[in-house]
Design a binder for this molecule. Structure first.
Ligand SMILES: [Zn+2]
Length: 295
C-alpha cells in the first residue's frame, strides 16, 4: 500500500481540455501523456509537502514491490515471469531489478565462491583446466612474471571482474533453457525473463537464506547434542541440496510459466537443475578468459 501522511486532495485536473506534451509534443487529454508517459505538472506538484510525500513513497513503494515479488518467487516459482509475459507488471519489481538486489546480497555475504573462481580452482579443478594451464604457462614463460605475483594479481582481478560478469550467467543459462522449452508461444525475451527470475531466486537462496539456515542448524547441533554437523556446509552436500532446491523451483515453474503437466514438468525440472551446473562450468571458462585477457 502506498504510504500517505497527507490527506488526499481533490483531483483538480481538467480531463477534457487538450494539452500538448512538454516532453514529446503529443496532443492528449488527462493527467499523463499517452505517448511518453510524462505527467502534467501543476503548482501543487511543486509544493514542499508533495516532495516530502514522494520521498516517503519512494521507500515504502519499493519495499512493497520488493516483498511482494520476493514472496511470490517462493510461493509460486515462474509466476513473476508469467506476469510480465501476460502484461501485469505494475504491482511487482522488474525481474532485472530483483536480480541485482539478489546480486548485491551475494556480494555482501559471499559464503561460497560459486561465481568467483580462484586461479587454483581454474588451474586444477575445472573441465577446461588443461587450457588454463597451457595459457598461464605460456604467459609466464613469455613475460618472465613470477608465479606468486601472477597468482595474487589474478585472484584480485578475477574477484572484481566476477561482480560485473555474473549477469552473463543469466544469458548463458537462457540458451539451454530456451532449447528445452522451445515453443512458438514464447519469445527469447520470455525465456530470458525467466532466467532472471531463477537467478534472483538462486542467489538469494544459495547466498543468504540457505547458508544462514545451515549455520544455525550446525550451531544448534553443536550446542545441544555436542554433534559436529559441519558436513552440511561441505561442497558436496551443499551441491546436492542445491540440486534438489533448483529441481523443485523448475518443476513448479514448468507448470506455472510453461504450462506443462506434472510428468513433463518433473522431467524438465530435473534436466534444468543439471543444466544449471553445466552453465556454471561455461561461466567459469568465460570468467577465466575475461580475467586473463584484461589483466
Ligand atoms: Zn509525451
Amino acid at each position: 500500500m502506498a504510504f500517505s501522511l497527507f490527506r488526499k486532495r481533490e483531483d483538480t485536473v481538467d480531463y477534457v481540455i487538450e494539452r500538448t506534451c512538454k516532453n514529446c509534443g503529443q496532443v492528449f487529454q488527462g493527467r499523463f501523456c499517452n505517448r511518453c508517459g510524462e505527467k502534467v505538472i501543476d503548482r501543487e506538484d511543486r509544493s514542499f509537502s508533495k516532495l516530502a510525500e514522494s520521498i516517503l513513497n519512494a521507500f515504502t513503494f519499493l519495499e512493497g514491490k520488493f516483498w511482494r515479488s520476493f514472496k511470490m518467487m517462493f510461493a509460486s516459482p515462474g509466476q513473476l515471469s508469467a506476469n510480465i509475459r501476460d502484461g501485469v507488471q505494475v504491482p511487482y519489481m522488474k525481474l532485472v531489478g530483483l536480480f541485482f538486489v539478489a546480486n548485491f546480497f551475494y556480494f555482501l555475504f559471499p559464503v561460497f565462491d560459486t561465481f568467483n573462481s580462484s586461479l587454483y580452482s581454474q588451474f586444477y579443478q575445472q573441465d577446461h583446466s588443461h587450457l588454463v594451464q597451457s595459457m598461464v604457462r605460456d604467459h609466464l614463460k613469455s613475460t618472465g612474471v613470477d608465479v606468486k605475483a601472477f597468482t595474487d594479481a589474478y585472484n584480485a582481478h578475477t574477484a572484481t571482474i566476477s561482480k560485473l560478469l555474473v549477469v552473463v550467467l543469466v544469458f548463458i543459462f537462457s540458451i539451454p533453457l530456451s532449447i528445452v522449452n522451445f515453443s512458438k508461444k514464447n519469445l527469447y525475451f520470455d525465456h530470458l525473463q525467466f532466467s532472471f527470475e531463477f537467478h534472483a531466486f538462486q542467489m538469494l537462496v544459495s547466498s543468504v537464506l540457505l547458508p544462514s539456515l545451515l549455520k544455525w542448524v550446525i550451531h544448534f547441533a553443536q550446542s545441544w547434542f555436542q554433534a559436529d554437523w559441519s558436513v552440511l556446509l561441505s561442497d558436496s552436500f551443499y551441491s546436492n541440496l542445491s540440486l534438489v532446491i533448483f529441481g523443485y523451483f523448475f518443476m513448479r515453474a514448468e507448470r506455472t510459466f510453461y504450462g506443462h503437466g506434472w510428468v513433463v514438468s518433473l522431467l524438465k525440472g530435473v534436466v534444468l537443475a543439471y543444466l544449471v551446473f553445466f552453465s556454471w562450468k561455461v561461466y567459469r571458462l568465460v570468467l577465466f578468459l575475461a580475467t586473463f585477457w584484461t589483466m
